[in-house]
Design a protein around this ligand. Structure first.
Ligand SMILES: [Zn+2]
Length: 677
């Protein structure tokens, strides 16, 4: 007895209550008045009012950079998926092929001892291939092999497929800028003290990683400098994130002759052969200036420099899957230093995420079966249609848009496809081999499988049924070239979408998100695509000008928000999201009013129906982010900080101010409110 008792006491040190699989998803209501901080005046700071107590009760866990309602739900989903995976890992006779794949991949990943024993052996074949490079002209073949096996930030540049901007029904080859180890080109070019410090720390991290692969300190030091020099040159030639929001700046279809002329030192035919794809007559080179720099680097750098650069990127990319020395070094820089996270995520969490990434629709199919009902799907679809109707009514009555542009806008709205829950056709993983006890090999095969799947699309008609995120994902997106909105099963559950709650918080929360995604089709980026997803200007010049003036109001307003310390929000980067937040909330409000017109709504828990709409809308965003992580977000995240996403919206809405009887001059009442939709 005593022994058991002691074990139970000791257990939480190793495995916390969070570290157990869930057999069912816990219920959290979409509006909870206990999250409210009643000491705060809603007209002074609505976000603190709606979320103050949630934020106090939910400190950021040590393994997270940010923590919010979405993150908490995501963690619950991961724990639920963990349970599915443990079950699938048991080799029963009746396992389906997909169950075998997800189960064996997961248990191989969980076998940390095997990973430790393997050390750097899994890197050996690719390191040897890099080591054999004799001339710069041999680079294309090695690069192609590394590109096939890279999950993110491919070395030098990235190559894949995407829809033709001019003809969204066709998929063509794309060559993108890439090749950086830091999260954005800004880190290499900014001159402030913090950016200089980050570069110094990054350099140290590269040194450490080279040392882990067996290099001496002196060698590692000079190698790290070579990497930094190449990456800095590439960064200087890369577009900013704001520039990349303009599709015209990313659209340069080059014939093979022009591509060869752009980069004469790179043998594209050899590269395509090594990728296993036919010669490409046309490639969209998203950033020709970047490829001019690639050419300059190829011409001036020695093969020794390239070997160093490729070894770094291979090791950086693979560190996550290697022994703990590599995992910890990678964590120390990218999570601890850059984002302020104090603890590495437990292994189970990392492993569930890898399965979700690599076999997401095999795992997602089980998730959907267990959590997503036809009733939820029906309700979500019905709400989407109501919000589309609200948008139609809103567009029809807009005073700043002419009838010609309105006609096109309505055509685009009517053509928007609603994808709810999960794909109509599940991805076929039959050609992907997953074997028990082969974690690194499984990862490699899965990533190559995905790279080839993307490359195989080139030259074929687009598959409009495809999803870019997996069913358990707690997120949603709009795709301007598909002209579709995508709401996976993972995001359509409490506390975001809650069948047990009244309409007000549901419309305020998920309704506003549906509105948000719909208006993305009409934001600074999305409005440049037509109903079919083609890059085509359908606006009269006057209407375009009036749209830009209205959006500029939002950019000016959000540009005054501070992200952290002296870092202001880059509101040109967040413009699309901010306009979508504002428009989405308004559309949800209109749709909610329409849907409940015939009902006599009563106050609940002391709050009027209108107040409940806005509290529900704010409570999706309860949460916080570490200051270090806020700095990364200020550069890379197109979304504004959580509190600005709420206060920025309500301070522009007379509907909110009326609901809470706010007065002119109070912070949540803007003297000059912005309104686009
Ligand atoms: Zn968005």
């Amino acid at each position: 007895m005593r022994r058991v008792y002691l074990c139970a006491l000791a257990a939480p040190l190793l495995i916390s209550a969070q570290d157990r699989p869930l057999t069912s998803l816990p219920y959290t209501p979409s509006l909870d008045v206990s999250f409210i901080d009643r000491a705060v005046d809603p007209c002074q700071d609505f976000y603190r009012f709606a979320c103050g107590t949630w934020n106090k009760q939910n400190p950021i866990p040590p393994d997270q950079a940010r923590w919010d309602v979405y993150g908490k739900l995501e963690t619950e989903n991961l724990r639920f998926l963990w349970g599915i995976l443990e079950e699938a890992a048991v080799a029963t006779a009746g396992r389906t092929s997909n169950q075998q794949k997800i189960g064996d991949y997961f248990s191989a990943c969980m076998d940390q001892q095997a990973v430790e024993r393997a050390g750097t052996t899994p890197l050996a074949p690719r390191l040897a291939e890099i080591g054999k490079l004799a001339r710069v002209s041999d680079l294309p073949v090695v690069l192609a092999h590394l590109h096939l096996a890279a999950d993110d930030r491919a070395p030098l540049f990235a190559f894949s497929s995407s829809q033709d901007y001019a003809d969204s029904s066709h998929v063509i080859a794309f060559a993108f800028a890439s090749g950086l180890g830091l999260p954005d080109r800004d880190y290499y070019v900014n001159t402030d003290a913090k950016s200089q410090e980050t570069r110094a720390r990054y350099l140290e991290h590269i040194v450490k990683t080279f040392e882990l692969t067996g290099d001496s300190a002196a060698t590692a030091q000079s190698e790290a400098q070579t990497v930094m020099d190449i990456e800095t040159a590439l960064a200087r030639a890369s577009l900013t994130r704001v520039d990349k929001r303009d599709p015209y700046k990313m659209f340069h279809k080059l014939t093979s002759a022009r591509l060869a002329k752009l980069t004469p030192s790179f043998n594209w035919s050899a590269y395509f052969r090594a990728l296993g794809i036919p010669a490409q007559a046309v490639v969209n080179v998203t950033e020709p200036k970047f490829f001019e720099e690639v050419e300059r680097q190829l011409k001036t750098r020695s093969i020794a420099d390239w070997k160093t650069y490729l070894r770094w990127h291979l090791t950086r990319e693979q560190s996550r899957y290697l022994s703990s020395a590599f995992v910890n070094a990678d964590f120390d820089f990218y999570n601890k230093y850059l984002r302020g996270v104090s603890e590495l995520q437990p292994r189970w969490k990392r492993c569930v995420r890898f399965v979700d990434r690599d076999l997401g629709e095999a795992l997602g199919e089980v998730f959907v079966e267990k959590t997503f009902t036809a009733d939820t799907k029906g309700r979500a679809l019905a709400m989407t249609r109501e919000i589309e109707e609200a948008m139609q009514g809103d567009l029809e009555q807009l005073t700043w848009m002419s009838p010609d542009t309105k006609k096109q806008a309505l055509a685009k709205l009517h053509a928007t496809v609603n994808k709810i829950g999960y794909p109509e056709r599940w991805r076929d993983y039959s050609s992907l081999t997953i074997r028990p006890g082969e974690f690194l090999e499984d990862v490699d095969r899965a990533i190559i499988f995905e790279s080839r799947r993307q490359l195989n699309k080139i030259g074929k008609p687009v598959d409009r049924t495809e999803w870019e995120i997996t069913p358990p994902t707690v997120n949603a997106y709009y795709d301007p070239q598909m002209n579709d909105i995508n709401f996976p099963a993972g995001v359509l559950q409490p506390p975001l979408f809650d069948a047990r709650m009244d309409d007000a918080p549901n419309y305020g929360n998920t309704g506003a998100t549906i509105g948000h995604e719909l208006t993305h089709g009409f934001d600074d980026e999305g409005r440049q695509f037509d109903a079919h997803g083609n890059l085509k200007d359908w606006w009269t010049p006057e209407d375009a000008k009036r749209f830009e003036e209205r959006a500029a109001c939002v950019v000016k307003e959000y540009g005054q928000f501070t992200v952290v310390d002296d870092v202001k929000l880059n509101s040109k980067l967040t413009e699309g999201e901010d306009v979508a937040d504002l428009g989405g909330t308004l559309l949800a409000y209109i749709a909610w009013k329409n849907a409940t017109r015939a009902l006599e709504l009563k106050p609940i828990d002391g709050f009027t129906p209108d107040q409940r709409f806005f509290i529900g809308m704010a409570q999706w965003a309860c949460g916080d982010e570490r200051p270090e992580s806020k700095r990364v977000s200020a550069i890379t995240n197109p979304h504004s900080p959580l509190e600005d996403r709420i206060n920025g919206v309500v301070s522009n809405m007379p509907e909110f101010q009326k609901a809470f009887a706010c007065k002119a001059g109070q912070p949540m009442v803007r003297a000059e409110a912005c309104r686009v939709w």
